[in-house]
Design a protein around this ligand. Sequence first.
Ligand SMILES: Cc1cc2nc3c(=O)[nH]c(=O)nc-3n(C[C@H](O)[C@H](O)[C@H](O)COP(=O)(O)OP(=O)(O)OC[C@H]3O[C@@H](n4cnc5c(N)ncnc54)[C@H](O)[C@@H]3O)c2cc1C
Length: 422
Amino acid sequence: MKHIVIVGGGFAGLQAAKILGKYKNTFKVTLLDKNNHHLFQPLLYQVATAGLSQSDIAVPIRSILSKFRNISVLQGTATDIDFENNRLITDYKNIDFDYLILACGVKHSYFGNSDWEKFAPGLKTLEQAMEIRRRILSAFEKAEREQNLSKRKKYQTFVVVGGGPTGVELAGSIGEMTRYALVKDFRSIDPKLTRIILIEAGERILSSFNPNQSSRATRDLEKLGVQVWTSSPVSTIDDTGIMVDNERIETETVLWAAGISATELNNRLGVDLNRHGQIIVQDDLSIKNHNNIFVAGDQACFCGKDGNPLPCLSPVAIQQGTNIAKNIVRENKKLSRKKFKYRNKGAMATIGKSKAIADFGFLKFQGFTAWFLWLFVHIYFITGFNNRFFIFIKWCTSYITNKKGARIILNNSWRFFDKKTD
Ligand SMILES: Cc1cc2nc3c(=O)[nH]c(=O)nc-3n(C[C@H](O)[C@H](O)[C@H](O)COP(=O)(O)OP(=O)(O)OC[C@H]3O[C@@H](n4cnc5c(N)ncnc54)[C@H](O)[C@@H]3O)c2cc1C
């Protein structure tokens, strides 16, 4: 029986596992992940801004795969590969494989300034989302008890770096929070006077959408009180503020949503990497000279029809996980592998309640229609019936009441900084 090892229980790894799990007499599968849960990253910003709880968007990988008797799930970190002996090196044991699927995702890039991370946490993991939530809510608590007006202003200033979908969602959600959810809860401060700045180095936000749609998103953000600064590269960040070009913004809350860089593992493998450190794969998603080792999802660099690398999106990861699993099945039946072809089904970004943009090629939507589609797609794709049901109820409630239910501050920052985020 062939042994397939999958590293990473994100969108790509999980998808491959679900397909291979159907061949219980042909394959034995081991899925290794450093966390015990699959995380629905597209809704992380909702946890960071107190709209949802951690368990709404994370499900134990073990429980998702429990019906597949040929799949074992292990919690551990892959640290290297012994290519000669087809052996995966992990932090607690070595695992031999016939096929290996790497699907480890990416982390944020601070463009060579890794010391900025402690001042400006990124949003990739549940720990980071909880840390961002703690910083946002604590800033309002500090402002409420502060008498000095310039300090109060500093606490009520939030800067989000990166005008991609994550930055837009975060900034929009903070805007909504200040305008609706928090508005009646404070006595000394007016949450509506909070300054929220979204900073983008490029000429416009949401650059993967067409210019009309990114202008619409800018206008929607401005309605929520978000200032959008484009062509504004960050030069430094410290614990009391951020320098953008030559302007200093005093704030204790800077949030990072820019750039990607691959995990440490890639650097150790001695394989071809692109400038972000993603592994350059062949047309069947295998690594050059190692045709039994595949890479899927964000960790892979695969160029689309236009010659550019495919974006880091969940449909790319899911389709690649499918392609790899099906090719392994084909090979086992002595059939040749199929090349990977990405089918782009469109892109969406949400800005706030009833505010979103959606681009399905010839069909483009904005406003309520786009937001409703966004809602439907996210409910549909979230793993597990319980999550779907509870998220739907929570969204309906918060839509009607404008409340954010998960506004609890946990003082756990020591854990965030102790833990390496790679
Ligand atoms: C805040 C945010 C919002 C997003 N919004 C959208 C959106 O609206 N639409 C969209 O399509 N996409 C969105 N994305 C992108 C999408 O989530 C990713 O493209 C997708 O998660 C990639 O899937 P993956 O399987 O490659 O990696 P991931 O989902 O990142 O999974 C990687 C897994 O590998 C594990 N892992 C990492 N290193 C190791 C190791 N060394 N050993 C063992 N395990 C390891 C991790 O714990 C993780 O479980 C968003 C991403 C973020 C962060």
